[in-house]
Write a protein that binds this ligand. Structure first.
Ligand code: GLC
Length: 552
């Protein structure tokens, strides 16, 4: 049967956190050469596309989310020839490639910001960012009460040419990440040009960093009593800097750029907005294609909560014709194998319980069931590198090795994000576990736990019962059943006979059960098992397990 669906409507997209994926040159940091050497692994895993975290020239204050030149690679990762080779080789392996574009802010080392600092208040160079006078008699108080996501105020004061304190500039993240002014036509033109630069080289799309943050209320009001919060708790209506209506028009321009290219070039929004209905605003046919759905990743391992989230997502996205995406982990949050290994399992719980004991076997068992569950849902899914090996969060990294810029601020809410960014274990019995080549000059940029010798890709490849083997089998079967129930298309029908705590639904020819209750449940008669996350004996599905069934 030929499939009518566009590739991005149900793609499985693997997130390559490039600095921690594979190190080709032995400097302890992952790079394009390392990634190229591991493309066969990714093709064998059965994913459809790769999303690469930023690889542009950057001082690396925020792991590359502080870009100083959007048309060059950081020498840490390679050069433009490496990038071109990667794009071609990925395509030869049948993998599409999505880059991360960072439009909300540049690095403070970006030529524009340097020019702005050197220019007078009110100059054209400064108008590309948000410079404003301070408050109070001598301007020594920030222009608004907005906090930076990483902690501290979102404003930093500059020094004028005469050495006196001058205007303040806005940075929703670190001071080294000044926010661009998206009402400035130069900014808009420049980013369309950057998109074209990479589209011309053949990339298949972009993940848009902080997609909900680009425009700010021109009146610059205080947050005052409004919950400030991090990205996770972004407020809804009329927030001064998140999820504002004006941002949506920018994406209409971007969509026209993408649509002017051959092949289906796509956007995925990183929009941490309040709920699914707010996400849908980004996904009309003239705006973006998809968005990360952070609903499941924030949710506890609880059937009721998951079902509510799934229904909400499906309902609002169907109304705009956009496919959902399902995400369990990424480079900003505590890995789900760890979240699910405690008695309380939401992302907020994981932040609160960071460093407390974890039942790793339980976390891994639930992680297996979870990936099976999400891959049965309509739409596409994401795999964050290492989850296919069952990697846990590394919660005991010594503070001396922390890199996350949020570590600098006592008022930052939540742990550093380094624990989900530890370099991958590929092979061998001791660090660097094949992450860096034999005889590498430097150790991996974050230390790998010794126990990861059990979790190397090489070890798991040999073990039919490993997480890696489960992912491979699952993605192979998912591909076989695309268009006959899995992936895009077939509606999801909840099965009314499911017991409490059990998620049971039909999609076309495929039936999925996920047992989040406290007891084994009986599976319906007349079906055979396509794949199960745990052995199914006597038609009983054990606790914390999922299964795909088709009629006998
Ligand atoms: C996004 C990225 C995160 C980064 C932030 C600032 O949330 O995922 O890693 O720190 O934007 O660019």
């Amino acid at each position: 049967m030929s499939r009518m669906s566009s590739w991005w409507r149900d793609a499985v997209i693997y997130q390559v956190y490039i600095r921690s994926f594979a190190d080709g040159n032995g400097d302890g940091v992952g790079d394009v050469a390392g990634l190229r050497s591991r493309l066969p692994y990714l093709a064998a895993l059965g994913v459809d596309a790769l999303w690469l975290n930023p690889w542009y020239a950057s001082p690396q204050v925020d792991a590359g989310y502080d870009v100083s030149d959007y048309r060059r690679l950081d020498p840490l990762f390679g050069d433009l020839d490496d990038a071109k080779a990667l794009i071609n080789e990925a395509h030869e392996h049948g993998l599409r490639l999505i880059l991360d574009i960072v439009p909300n802010h540049t690095s403070d080392r970006h030529a524009w910001f340097q020019e702005a600092l050197a220019s007078a208040p009110g100059s054209e160079a400064r108008a590309r960012y948000h410079f404003r006078p301070g408050r109070g008699a001598d301007g020594s108080e920030p222009p608004t009460d907005w906090p930076s996501i990483f902690g501290g105020p979102a404003w930093t004061r500059t020094v004028d040419a005469d050495g006196k304190p001058g205007d303040w500039y806005l940075h929703l993240f670190a001071p080294e990440q000044p926010d661009l002014n998206w009402t400035n036509p130069q900014v808009r033109r420049e980013f369309e040009d950057i998109l074209r630069f990479w589209l011309d080289l053949g990339v298949d799309g972009f993940r848009i960093d902080v997609a909900h943050g680009l425009t700010k209320d021109p009146a610059f009001p205080d947050l005052a009593s409004r919950e400030a919060g991090g990205m996770l708790d972004a407020a809804t209506e009329d927030h001064p800097y998140f999820d504002r209506d004006e941002t949506l028009a920018i994406y209409e321009d971007w969509r026209r750029v993408a649509d002017s290219y051959k092949g289906e070039r796509v956007f995925v929004a990183e929009a941490w907005v309040a709920d699914a209905s707010r996400v849908a605003r980004y996904l009309t046919p003239t705006r973006l294609h998809t968005a990360f759905n952070f609903g499941l990743l924030s949710c506890p391992w609880d059937a009721e909560a998951l079902r509510t989230e799934i229904d909400a997502t499906l309902g609002v996205l169907a109304a705009v014709g956009a496919p959902p995406t399902w995400v369990l982990s990424n480079h900003d949050v505590i890995r789900h194998a760890t979240r699910y290994g405690r008695a309380q399992t939401s992302l907020a719980d994981a932040r609160r319980l960071y460093g407390t004991p974890v039942d790793h076997a339980l976390g891994e068992r639930r992680a297996r069931a979870a990936v099976q569950l999400i891959n049965a849902l309509p739409g596409g899914t994401y795999v964050y590198q290492g989850e296919e090996l069952g990697l846990p969060e590394v919660e005991d990294l010594p503070p001396a090795v922390w890199q996350d810029p949020n570590r600098r601020y006592k008022d930052h809410d939540g742990p550093v994000r380094d624990g989900c960014r530890v370099p991958l274990p590929w092979s061998g019995d001791a660090p660097p576990f094949g992450f860096s080549p034999e005889g590498a000059a430097a150790a991996p940029w974050l230390p790998q736990p010794a126990e990861w010798k059990e979790r190397t890709a090489a070890a798991e490849e040999q073990d039919a019962a490993s997480m890696l083997s489960h992912y491979r089998a699952l993605l192979r079967i998912r591909r076989e059943w695309l268009g006959r129930g899995l992936g895009d298309g077939a509606a999801l029908e909840w099965l009314p006979e499911a017991a409490e705590g059990v998620l049971a639904f039909r999609r076309g020819e495929v039936v999925c059960y996920a047992n989040l209750s406290k007891a084994a449940v009986e599976l319906p008669a007349g079906y055979r098992v396509l794949i199960a996350s745990e052995p199914v004996a006597g038609a009983m599905l054990p606790v914390d397990a999922a299964v795909w069934l088709v009629a006998e």
